[in-house]
Design a protein around this ligand. Structure first.
Ligand code: PLP
Length: 450
């Protein structure tokens, strides 16, 4: 590896980072991570810290999963690549589609379309939703609904349904015919109540009202995250998704669950849809499917949607969509090993148990740090919202949020910031001792902005 000066200097000179301003790179150079083991990362200065971020919500098994590494190495040896475009297939991809059909059977999803990541999976779901209606004889159903504060990746379709205008502003114009429902976000409610159940009812009523106004026969799908991740870990009331599902059913609108973060155990359930008792028509997955070791994803398709395509032999059913790396054999092998390990270690149960400890600890910190305005989370996806004034709920300034992150890191834990939120999404294999150490490091970080 080149020396630290070379890396820092050339990062600023030659590398543009996602979700960052190129002009920031000299003033705030990134931490350059050189190695990782278990649930700890080590930077180029030799500093080691617990990874409270889990890579980017994806390294559920931590960094030392021997079976996943071995599966990748073996597959690289046997068949490092072959396409799955019409006319060819590869064995790991077929085996994975079989395993995923088992994994998601309870969610009613039995077909897989493979992608290179979350944005691809979302894009695939949006396209398949529109195509389904064409196949089904309702080509005028093209509009999409989504939730404000939702995050659906960065392709033009996903960014168009994104519930945060910051992700669209610099790239507009986006897709036409996209509509957003209020966020189920009691701490900063835009509705007349902060009661989560009442908010769910209002959001559902708004959906019904908008459907009547737009015309149900013009609407393709609603896309929702079962727990809104990048928007600040917003956990909807348990009634919200069932209410929205029922409305979709009444009006022939498809429900797309964006489970890029929530599939594979992070919420304490194996899927976020199962957590709330809904069956989506399409589901976007990625991230933890390969434990972050290989870029990969899958759009999952319900029996009902699949049958409409499979029973139709005309050109409307032709899937003129896909990626060079769809069904990459190395990614598929990584996913097969990851799923087997996730099941063997019962990661969802550990996420629920350790998540409860982490949430209890975060609430305890709230009673001692006035800067914590809100604590939210479920399983091992948790957030603190930091405020400069608990009465007005004014968000803490960027520099202070940065200080919390820096001091927490120095004290031994990497956390992620998003606006005035501090976000935890650690590997799902963490122990109670790791939770205690993460909380102690965060305590130090919060004390620095008292
Ligand atoms: N959907 C959700 C809910 C996400 O959280 C993300 C990424 O964080 C995406 C889609 C996009 O995934 P990717 O960054 O792999 O393209």
């Amino acid at each position: 590896m080149r020396d630290t000066n070379f890396l820092t200097e050339n990062n600023a000179r030659h590398m543009w980072h996602p979700m960052a301003h190129p002009a920031e790179m000299r003033a705030h150079p990134p931490r350059i991570i050189a190695a990782a083991q278990g649930v700890e990362i080590t930077d180029i200065h030799g500093k080691t810290a617990l990874d409270g971020v889990g890579g980017l919500w994806n390294v559920n098994l931590g960094y030392s999963s021997a079976p996943v590494k071995q599966a990748i190495a073996d597959q690289l040896e046997a068949l490092p690549y072959y396409s799955v475009f019409r006319g060819t297939a590869n064995a790991p991809q077929i085996e994975l589609s079989y395993e995923l059909a088992e994994w998601f059977r309870e969610d009613g999803l039995t077909r897989a379309f493979f992608t290179s990541g979350g944005s691809d999976s979302v894009e695939t779901c949006l396209r398949l939703a529109r195509q389904y209606h064409k196949v089904n004889g309702q080509p005028e159903r093209t509009k999409f609904f989504a939730l404000k504060k939702g995050y659906h990746g960065t392709h033009f379709g996903g960014a168009s349904v994104n519930g945060n205008p910051a992700f669209r502003r610099n790239y507009a114009p986006m897709l036409d015919g996209v509509f957003h429902l209020p966020a189920p976000y009691p701490y900063r409610s835009t509705l007349d109540t902060e009661n989560p159940a009442a908010m769910a009812r209002i959001i559902a009523r708004q959906f019904e009202d908008d459907i009547a106004f737009q015309g149900a026969d013009t609407i393709a799908a609603l896309i929702v995250e079962p727990v809104l991740g990048a928007g600040g870990v917003i956990v909807p009331h348990p009634t919200l998704l069932p209410l929205l599902r029922a409305i979709c059913d009444r009006h022939g609108i498809l429900m797309i669950a964006d489970e890029v973060i929530t599939a594979f155990g992070r919420t304490g359930a194996w899927t976020g849809s199962r957590l709330w008792g809904v069956k989506p028509d399409l589901m976007a997955t990625a991230k933890a499917i390969t434990n972050g070791y290989f870029p990969f994803g899958a759009a999952m398709i319900s029996d009902r949607i699949a049958q409409a395509f499979e029973a139709n032999s005309d050109t409307r059913g032709l899937i003129s969509h896909g990626y060079t790396y769809s069904g990459h054999p190395v990614g598929a092998a990584a996913a097969l090993a990851t799923l087997a390990e996730a099941k063997r270690l019962n990661l969802a149960a550990n996420a629920a148990a350790r998540g409860a400890e982490l949430m209890a600890g975060l609430h305890a910190l709230k009673s001692r740090h006035a800067v914590i305005g809100d604590v939210r989370g479920i399983g091992l996806m948790c957030a603190l919202e930091l405020v400069s004034d608990p009465e007005t709920r004014t968000g803490l300034g960027k520099d202070k949020v940065q200080t919390v992150q820096d001091v927490t890191y120095d004290a031994g834990c990497m956390v992620r910031t998003s606006g005035s939120n501090i976000i935890f999404s650690p590997p799902l294999i963490i122990t109670s001792d790791h939770v205690a150490r993460m909380l102690a490091a965060l305590d130090a970080g919060l004390a620095a902005v008292k």
